[in-house]
Design a protein around this ligand. Structure first.
Ligand SMILES: [Zn+2]
Length: 144
C-alpha cells in the first residue's frame, strides 16, 4: 500500500528508497504542519535508521518536485504540508502556535484585482495571518 505523497513522487519520476517511502508516509499522514525535526521524530519511530540529514535531503527533494510546500510561520522554522488541491491559508495563533486553516473567496478576488490594477497577472502568492485569541488580548498589557 503506497501513500499519497509516494504516489506523487513516483508520478514525478523520483526514485523511491525505503527511507523516502517512510518519510512520504509520515507526510501523507500528517494533519498538522510539521517542521523537519518533527518529521524526523515520526519517521525515526517507524525506522530508527533514518537520520535527520536524510529527512532534510528528502524534504528538499520533495519540495523541489512540488510534492510538498514549505511554509513560513514567522518563527524561523520551516513547516511543511503536502501540496493540496484545495487552496488555503493559515492563521497562526502566536500564543499557542496553533495553526488554523482558512479559505476566503473574497480575498482571492481581491488579490487578483490588486495584481490586475498594477498591470500584472497573478501567478502565486503567500499569505499568513498572525493573531492572538480575542479573549486573551487583555493579557498583553496593551497601553500599560
Ligand atoms: Zn495548511
Amino acid at each position: 500500500m503506497t501513500s499519497r505523497i509516494e504516489d506523487l513522487c513516483v508520478q514525478k519520476g523520483l526514485k523511491m528508497t525505503d527511507q523516502r517511502r517512510v518519510i512520504s508516509r509520515v507526510l501523507s499522514d500528517a494533519t498538522d504542519h510539521p517542521d523537519v525535526e518533527e518529521v524526523h521524530r515520526r519517521a525515526a519511530a517507524i525506522d530508527h535508521r533514518i537520520s535527520i540529514a536524510t529527512v532534510y535531503r528528502t524534504m528538499r527533494l520533495l519540495e523541489e518536485a512540488h510534492v510538498i510546500d514549505r511554509l513560513d510561520f514567522g518563527d524561523g522554522r520551516a513547516r511543511y504540508e503536502g501540496t493540496r488541491t484545495d487552496h488555503h491559508h493559515h492563521l497562526i495563533d502566536v500564543n499557542s502556535g496553533e495553526v488554523i486553516e482558512f479559505t476566503s473567496e473574497e480575498m482571492e478576488r481581491l488579490k487578483e484585482a490588486i495584481a490586475r490594477e498594477l498591470g500584472y497577472d497573478l501567478i502565486g502568492h503567500r499569505l499568513e495571518l498572525y493573531g492572538v485569541p480575542r479573549n486573551r488580548r487583555s493579557d498583553s498589557g496593551d497601553g500599560a
